[in-house]
Design a protein. Sequence first.
Length: 409
Amino acid sequence: MSPHGHPKAIAAIVGAGRTKFGELWYQNPEKLLFEAGLRCIESVDNGMSRRDIQACFFGSFLYQTTNKLGLIPGYMSRELGLNIPISMTEAACASGGAALFNACIAVQSGVYDTVLVGGFEKMTDRSDKMSDDLMFAADPKEFDAGFTFPGLYATMMSRYIYEYGSGDPRCPEALAMISSKNHRHAMGNEYAHFRREFSVEDVMGSTMVADPIRLLHCSPISDGASALIVTSPETAEKLTDTPVYVVASQQASDDVSLYTRESLTSIKTTKLTMTAALAQAGLGIGDIPLAEVHDCFTIEEAIFLEDAGFYEKGEAWKGVHESYESFKGSKHIPYVNGGGELIVNPGGGLKADGHPVGATGVRQAYECFKQLRGEAGSNQVDAPLDTALCHNIGGTGGIATVHILRRDV
């Protein structure tokens, strides 16, 4: 524990549930969300019913476009059999993280004591239009110029390689190692979209999408849902002997457009939320042994490692390369810096677990919850864990959320 102070719980998670992520052709989005929510309620150790839920906070990005579906609160009221307040949050790929942020505020304020948080997306029904639809989270000028999200992140990745690894073949190799590592992590994740390993050579030899981004640098188009029961710390102790406490919940926003940002190789909202979350929890980055990090493209994971302060600016790719070579073949491959270790994306991240956009931020908290309680099954991290972090980005960084979870406070 760093000397910044002792973490104080602002809320607690007592149950978590999810669906498999993948191409779920015969599932409706509201049914996916209900399935995840029901599993979540049923997972609470000392039992609870749907009628114990006082409010719901759901996140999704494209449900109206992809499924011609609106008024999700009405659908979920019918599914749950409840007439409680149900709020929808849209924050592009950070919709799930933003829903959790709003839920934490609601519980911390004392307005509600027990709430259901959910995230969902059903994307494969409109996969042929998905590149265009996702550009709702970018500046129209970027869309008009012909950009897609692979193109925007290719701009960031090429600038990163130019500034910090130009002429060194280990830099692009390291960015491929991130993908290979996350696919290896997903092998033990029964819910993952892709439970298949890819070598570094596979990644670097995959189809070019937007130079230098190749197909295996990209997360897939996925369907799925995830859910959490969030309560006050006092209520949590009545519902389970092993609550997981939320000790930091932060959100920040920035320009939607990449071309107006201060930097192409740093995401300001990540730096702001990480700084605020660590201060709120009274922790330092060295106190975090595990993190679920937004990696819809592998360059994001490298940039996070620098923006979070785990590596110095421009040094992440070197740390990734060294760590991968040192721990290649391990069930989980940690990043190493001096005496510190950080396991990133133990469930496979967006890259391999899948990326149903609105479900991702909630799924990250699900994974951290399971890991902290020692309930991740064959994918359980071997090292003892007391703290975990969730990092969720919308667009190219127009919004970000960070949550820090702990077993004890």
